[in-house]
Design a protein around this ligand. Structure first.
Ligand code: ZN
Length: 469
């Protein structure tokens, strides 16, 4: 023990136990949901009561935050709202295992080779940059990981995957591809590597989203995946490539998350690839919050998650109205209890039951809606850059989180940084963007640092990090 964390390898049986737990939880979830709304509410209530009891006795942060509340079972509406800043400031007191400390985790996170490995031999850790400028560190216990996996399994068995051609899956050896940011301990790559290392018989491969699109296309053509998972904007670009004949894969199903997915984009992606696309709404604070249905709604995994759409004063927003923010309670993770957490997304809850027949609440999310940037290359052709790649390049190089990349002409990008960041990080961020453009055959494209700060949207006040023309 030299650098602050326990480097001991994990128990080799741990993934096996987690798989048993996953199978049991998936079966339980399908059963509870088949019983309808009351059974789902009862399952959530039992988990909520257990989580609150546990947090009160094991998390000094919550013990203090709830010190003035009465003894005995607490109701959701009685509990104060928490923010990322408050939790991160009291990190060690927030966690319910005293051996989980911010200092030990920082040492673990400093090494990129640990992405997806177990911290202290049992927990999975990921970070989020978050366009709010508030980086977060999230630690998941075995129960949370099993619950996330169970929710995915429940989707694979559900109507969303009814159009999936399992013969194609078998023919392609079940190969699964993830295209994502893999340069740091982000939730998507960390959980992907965790699953891959726990199930060595599965053929899973991840591809860096920061590579030039032609390189991703070449790699996918060689790999011929049966499943492809990525951000909607990446899948849109891949659909363009497939339509143009440069990409030639035959996936049985696609999976998307991390950004908003419009009905039009989904229809186009499904048409081009000839297979279903399942959309997921998750966050670093809770990997699986809701899953898409054929009617285009997201259904909250309400047996494992409580979502409260609220206004600025944290009062409930009526159905069919867009909320100011949403409070998240993750019922799966007892290690780092996330209870009435201000997530920042705006959601609209469907007032009546969804036509797909699901008993789970249906929502729409006004989430990230960054643009794919189309730039004119030296050779006159159009080169597409996906927002996740652009933001990863800048964040990685300059360690800034609240910024904006704006396309101002077919061959020009502007970078906006916060006043506090411009002097110390401006040159580094711009140099990283320059190198990235050059790697994509876009040395003709100008990039400049703007004197303005990032401009949030007029409506809703959300910050779009990548804005196209
Ligand atoms: Zn539905």
């Amino acid at each position: 023990m030299t650098n602050g964390f326990d480097p001991a390898p994990q128990d080799p049986l741990l993934p096996v136990f987690e798989q048993w737990r996953t199978a049991a939880l998936a079966a339980q979830s399908l059963w509870v949901r088949s019983l309808g709304v009351a059974a789902i509410a009862a399952a959530a209530k039992a988990r909520f009561d257990a989580l609150v009891r546990f947090a009160r006795s094991h998390s000094p942060f919550y013990r203090d935050a709830w010190a003035r509340l009465h003894d005995g079972p607490l109701e959701l509406a009685e509990l104060p709202v928490v923010t990322k800043r408050a939790l991160m400031t009291s990190f060690d007191d927030w966690c319910t295992d005293r051996s989980v400390t911010r200092a030990a985790i920082a040492a673990f996170l400093a090494q990129r080779s640990h992405i997806g490995e177990r911290f202290l031999g049992r927990y999975i850790v990921w970070t989020s940059s978050g366009s709010t400028g508030e980086p977060g560190i999230f630690v998941q216990d075995g129960n949370a990981l099993a619950a996330y996996d169970a929710l995915v399994s429940a989707q694979l068995a559900g109507p969303g995957f009814a159009g999936c051609d399992w013969q194609v899956v078998a023919k392609q050896g079940g190969r699964a591809a993830l295209i994502t940011a893999d340069t740091d301990h982000f939730a998507s790559i960390a959980s992907w590597r965790r699953v891959a290392s726990g199930k060595p018989w599965l053929d899973m491969r991840s591809f860096a989203v920061t590579q030039p699109v032609p390189d991703i296309v070449r790699a996918l053509n060689a790999y011929q995946p049966a499943f492809v998972s990525s951000y909607p904007t990446v899948l849109c670009v891949l659909a363009e490539e497939q339509g143009a004949g440069r990409l030639a894969i035959r996936p049985a199903a696609l999976w998307s998350g991390g950004e908003g997915l419009s009905a039009r984009a989904r229809a186009e992606i499904e048409r081009v690839f000839g297979c279903p696309l399942l959309n997921e709404y998750g966050a670093s604070e809770c990997l699986a919050i809701a899953h898409g249905c054929r009617e285009g709604w997201l259904h909250v995994d309400a047996d494992w998650v409580i979502l409260e759409p609220v206004d600025r004063q944290f009062r409930p927003t009526p159905p069919d109205e867009l909320s100011h923010t949403v409070l998240l309670t993750n019922l799966a993770n007892a290690l780092q209890p996330v209870i009435r957490y201000d997530l920042g997304d705006s959601v609209r809850v469907k007032a009546d039951r969804c036509a797909c027949g699901s008993p789970l609440p249906a929502i729409q999310v006004e989430g990230r809606s960054d643009d794919v940037i189309a730039l004119r290359a030296c050779d006159g052709g159009l080169q597409y850059l996906v927002p996740l790649a652009l933001t990863t390049v800048v964040e990685d190089a300059a360690d800034v989180h609240r910024f904006q990349i704006v396309q101002t002409a077919s061959d020009r990008l502007s970078l906006r940084l916060m006043d506090a960041d411009r002097a110390h990080a401006g040159a580094t961020a711009l140099a990283a963007l320059r190198a990235y453009l050059d790697r994509h055959g876009l040395s003709n494209v100008e990039s400049a640092l703007e004197p303005d700060e990032p401009q949030p949207e007029r409506r809703g006040g959300k910050l779009r990090q990548v804005v196209g023309m």
